[in-house]
Design a protein around this ligand. Sequence first.
Ligand code: ACO
Length: 437
Amino acid sequence: CIDISKLAAVTGLYTLDPGFTATSSCRSAITYIDGPAGVLLHRGYAINDLAAKSSFLEVCYLLLNGTLPSSKRQLAMFKLEVTRRMTVHERLRTFVSGFPDGAHPMAVMVGTVGALSAFYCRSSVGKMDEAARALAAIRVVAKLATIAAMAYKHSIGQPFAYPRRDLSFAGNFLHLCFSSPLDQGEFKPPPKAFEEAIDVFLLLHADHEQNASTSTVRLAGSSEANPFACVAAGIASLWGPMHGGANEAVVTMLREIGDEARIPEFLRRAKDKNDPFKLMGFGHRVYKNVDPRAKEMRRLALACIAERERQDAIDNDPDAYLTSSAPVGLSPTDAIPAAEIRRLFKLATKLEEAALEDDYFVQRKLFPNVDFYSGLALTAIGIPTSMFTCLFAVGRAVGWISHWKEFVEDEPRKIGRPRQLYVGEKLRRFPTIEERD
Ligand code: ACO
């Protein structure tokens, strides 16, 4: 890596690098990716170790503070602090209710997270001390989960629930999304397997260094904008199908392929440069090997499908349904049945195998990324596709705010201001309107 930051001042030369394929925008000590080897480390800890031995909130602590909690008590105190901050101002609930019916939950999230600036952080970044920055970070992690769940409840026309102190972060998220008016306030805990799966899903998405959304947050932060506004900018950047929207696109693609017999036809289309179709959930700017998160996500999808099969058996048995201890909301009426999800999972496995044997994908080092199986895991839990990217945002919130903190606490720091290669008209004489008429 060559530091060329003084190049322009010394020589007057600029580099052109659309898509930033060869440009580091900053120094960072948060996350390390070795793309060719398929390695992902957070503060030096391997993602697979974290997924197996840690929890989402412990990884949040790690990303924000640089070290693991030193004791069970320190971790418990952190969890307590996040749970306390999951509540939102009552007027924010009114704010969400004001969005039109049918608003996409991501649209609700962009707007509502931006609105947090008005409720929770009125001072300028320059006046925020370390404690104020840490509090803003906890608020982002905690409140994004509540806001995502409110966006979902709003989209299905149900009342919002309140977070509970006796639930884990993932458990609270499921409770906020799925506690049903049918239960009339009687709390039914979400199935353990789904709670664990949401926790690992969030952990796997917690940070991924300078992707489009994180770079957006850092760039917005470089103007010393309010942290909640910076995170709202990150959410907007995450929304597109080339980034956070890909998991939604994978499920749509699998349903379109429909049958194993059509895999060769879709692989042909993915390779055809005249066809805009791409194999969704395949390829990555940095990984030129298996995305280490994809393997974890596949395992998660299998566990969620098995649990969905158990839940479907309950739903189809009136006696079991009426006495079930699971929240009924976990089975939205438009949910894809377990048998269909298992069929799509098998289709995804065959598609992956076929692509990995195809020279086109081999030569370009295109492997499944984190999104390839994540949509199937979420579908099995009962999360509707319109919420997939919101879930990604809830997990990535900690990465965004850790990078914001790292940026604003760095000295010296500069406002982000890329140059451009101008390809427009040279100086032209301005003709009056009479001359043009
Ligand atoms: N299907 C077919 N061909 C592909 C795919 C794909 N999914 N991905 C890359 N390629 C091809 C490109 O057409 C290009 O071919 P060429 O060399 O013949 O022109 C070559 O592989 C290199 O690809 P680039 O587009 O240059 O790679 P880039 O780093 O710009 O793009 C990206 C990465 C956007 C992720 C791309 O692989 C893609 O569109 N994948 C599908 C969408 C997706 O899964 N996005 C999620 C990314 S992960 C995340 O955000 C969490």
